[in-house]
Design a protein around this ligand. Structure first.
Ligand code: SF4
Length: 324
C-alpha cells in the first residue's frame, strides 16, 4: 500500500461496514451465509471490516422466518413471509438510525443485494395486488443512505462489474482521505490542497463537477468553512459516482502529459503518446499509461503531478485498473 512517488505516503486503511452474511458469517434466515470471495479475499487485505446484520441485531434470531417487502413500492413495509401481521419495519428503521450514528469513522458500506433489509437497488416488493415489483429498497439500507448521504455505498452484486467495483473502491479511498483530513483538522488551506490533489481524479469522472467545485472553493474566504466543506464533499462524492469513460481518462492523461511536457524528452513524449493511443483504442488497460506516467514522475519529479491521487488512488494490489 506504499505509493513511492506520492512523497512516501501510505494509503491509510479504511474501515468498511459490510452486511455480515457477505463476510461468511452464518446469519441469514436459513442459518447460512453469502460469502463474497473478492470482498473477503482481496479487498479484505486492504480494509478493516465492520460486520453488521440488522435482522440479527433487532432480535429475529438465526435461523428465522424470512421477511419480505410488501405494500407500496415507494414506502414498503417488512413483514414475515408466512405471518404478514408480523411487521418489523419500525425495528429495522430504528436499527438503521442507531447504526448511522456509529458510522462516523467508516469510509464505506457494502450491502447484500436483494435483501428486504439491506438491498440498495431493485429489491422485490410484494404489492397489494399480489405482483412482485423490483423497484424497492431495503428498509434499513434506506435509513443509512438518508442519514449518511455522502458515505460511499454499494451492494455486492454490482461489485462483480469491473467498472462499478473500481468506482466504489475509488470513492472508498477518497472518503478515507477526507476522514483523515477532518481528523487532522479542517482548514481553508487543507481543503484547497485536498481539492488540488483530487483534481484529475474528479476530472476523470466529471469535468463539470471539477470546475464547479473549483468555483465553490473560490468563495472560501467569505463563507463558513464547515458549511462550504459539507457542500464540497457532497459535490465530490456525487461527481466520483459518475461513470469514468475511456475518453475522460484519455483527456486527463493528455492534461498530465501536457503539464509535464517541459521535463519530457521528445522520445519519452512520443512513447507516452503512443501508449495513450493504445489505451484510447482499448488495446491496453488504463493501468499501463498510468504506470508510464508514474515512471516518468519518478525519474523527473514534478511536485504538482507527483501529488495527484489520480496516479495512486488506492492500493495497487487491488489491480482494479488492469480491468478498465
Ligand atoms: S442481508 Fe442483511 S439482514 Fe440479511 S443476513 Fe445479510 S446482513 Fe443480515
Amino acid at each position: 500500500m506504499y505509493s513511492p512517488d506520492s512523497g512516501g505516503e501510505v494509503h491509510s486503511r479504511p474501515r468498511l461496514a459490510v452486511s455480515s452474511c457477505l463476510l461468511g458469517q452464518a446469519v441469514r434466515y436459513d442459518g447460512r451465509h453469502k460469502r463474497h470471495n473478492w470482498l473477503v479475499d482481496t479487498l479484505g487485505r486492504c480494509v478493516d471490516f465492520e460486520p453488521l446484520c440488522p435482522e440479527v441485531s433487532i432480535g429475529l434470531g438465526i435461523p428465522r422466518e424470512p421477511v419480505q417487502l410488501t405494500g407500496d413500492p415507494r414506502h414498503p413495509c417488512v413483514r414475515a413471509v408466512s405471518h404478514p401481521d408480523r411487521d418489523v419495519t419500525a425495528d429495522l428503521q430504528a436499527e438503521g438510525h442507531a447504526v448511522a450514528t456509529t458510522l462516523g469513522g467508516v469510509a464505506g458500506y457494502v450491502f447484500k443485494s436483494r435483501s428486504p433489509s439491506c438491498g440498495l437497488f431493485h429489491v422485490g416488493v410484494l404489492t397489494e395486488s399480489g405482483r412482485i415489483v423490483h423497484s424497492g429498497q431495503g428498509v434499513y439500507a434506506r435509513v443509512i443512505q438518508k442519514a449518511c448521504p455522502c458515505l460511499p455505498l454499494e451492494e455486492e452484486s454490482r461489485l462483480d462489474d469491473a467498472a462499478l467495483r473500481e468506482n466504489f473502491v475509488n470513492r472508498l479511498y477518497t472518503y478515507q482521505r477526507w476522514l483523515s483530513l477532518c481528523a487532522a483538522g479542517l482548514s481553508a488551506q487543507r481543503l484547497l490542497d485536498f481539492h488540488a490533489r483530487h483534481k484529475y481524479l474528479l476530472m476523470a469522472h466529471s469535468p463539470e463537477d471539477c470546475r464547479r467545485l473549483g468555483r465553490l472553493l473560490s468563495r472560501l474566504r467569505d463563507a463558513d468553512l464547515f458549511v462550504l466543506a459539507r457542500e464540497y464533499l457532497a459535490g465530490l462524492m456525487a461527481g466520483l459516482m459518475q461513470e469514468s469513460a475511456t475518453t475522460r481518462h484519455v483527456n486527463v492523461l493528455q492534461h498530465i502529459v501536457g503539464h509535464l511536457k517541459q521535463g519530457i524528452a521528445a522520445s519519452d513524449k512520443a512513447e507516452l503518446l503512443a501508449v495513450l493511443e493504445a489505451y484510447r483504442h482499448r488495446e491496453i488497460p488504463l493501468a499501463v499509461p498510468v504506470m508510464c506516467l508514474r515512471r516518468h514522475v519518478h525519474c523527473c519529479p514534478d511536485e504538482y503531478i507527483g501529488r495527484q491521487w489520480y496516479l495512486w488512488p488506492y492500493p495497487d494490489e487491488l489491480e482494479l485498473r488492469d480491468h478498465l
